[in-house]
Design a protein around this ligand. Sequence first.
Ligand SMILES: *Cc1c(COP(=O)(O)O)cnc(C)c1O
Length: 450
Amino acid sequence: MVNTSNPLPAKGIEREELLRTLTSRKNNDANWRQGRSWSLVYYAGDEHTAFLAEVARLFFSENALSPRAFPSLRSLEIEVVAMLIGLLGGGERTVGAMTSGGTESILMAVKAHRDKARSEKPRLAYPEMVVPTTAHPAFLKAASYFDVKAIPVPVGKDFKADSAAMARACNERTILMVASAPSFPQGVLDPIEELSDVACRNGIGLHIDACLGGFFLPFLAKLGYPVPAYDFAVPGVTSISVDLHKYGYAAKGASAILYRNRELLGHQIFVCTDWPGGLYISPNAAGTRSGGPIAAAWATMMSLGEQGYLRLVRETMSLTSTLRAGIEAIPGLYIVGQPIMSVMAIGSEDSCIFAMGDLMEEKGWTLDRQNNPDSLHLVVTPNHRQSINAFLHDLGEASRAVKQGTNTDRSARRATLYGVTENVEYTDKTQDLVERIIEETYATRTAIRN
Ligand SMILES: *Cc1c(COP(=O)(O)O)cnc(C)c1O
């Protein structure tokens, strides 16, 4: 039993017992392994994952904080960045760095653009950035961390960034515009060439958030799908975030931020020269960085190679088209907008999609709920091969059940906590309510045990 006043066990517990405890604690987690979860885990098979674990173990204790102590990690990071520059239309002058995830990559991009603006326009006290409402909340997080005012701009009827409205939102304080390749909610590609024109006209940065698409769109294009330009080939693009731990199929804790030139990277780096502990240099937000995710990211790219990624993308697109056809065959259901790849939202014309989401959850599926418009969210991976038929079957049943009104008590408007499976009523009090739920979740002293 855990002693709540002194939770650290006085005497260490047997490792075997701890492993059993940990395994059983996972019992109520999302069942991603059997393809029942539609977000959060990107899985390329048992063999690939076993290899990643082996590589990560090799660098488990190494620390990328010091490139001098661990030149191995420095070389791996350089090679990962070089491969990404090649994938995303970069050239001789393109540079970049690895980070712990998409959020850190985005935080760094906003900080670098802010510090560049500060150095060029010292009198600019209140910098702004123009962000389509569908962009990832990490941009708003960056805005709040770095005191850059975010100007949200509603997207068009096609759920893509509205380049004319974004142009109108620019003023002399604007330092940066944001576009997604593609957006998380509807999986659509923003009009990046149009936004590039706006950025060039205004002399400001343009960040492309390719956290989702950076490892998908290049291969989709190679397979012959129509993919409008979205990377450094577009002249106004100044930085790109790309997640290795999503469709890159690397281990979690790996992303990268790329810059068109060295100057922006310089504005990302933190240096402290007057610390009694010596010269302290940190290229990104973290201090100590585990070598595991860096080595695993390198090994993933080297082991899959272009052919591996092409195969995964081809397979994922084939599953995606089966899913889309199956969803559209269910009366009243539709795919929101025109998703460019394997990320999409399901809407309903004639019944409450969230009530359907509740029924799907009862059947053991994990699905994110979204608003504007109300929808359920799908991120398709090859691991869903085993589950799409069952999913379409259950979705059809859920749709019929909701139409027959067998669960009208749940038709209340609900929001979902992104990444947290908890439903809350969606009203003007949502922000407060969610803040209290999260505070409770993290401030609690006794975890719920299963
Ligand atoms: C996942 C995601 C992010 C954030 O990445 P994390 O790794 O979760 O921090 C940012 N943008 C898009 C489009 C994403 O899909």
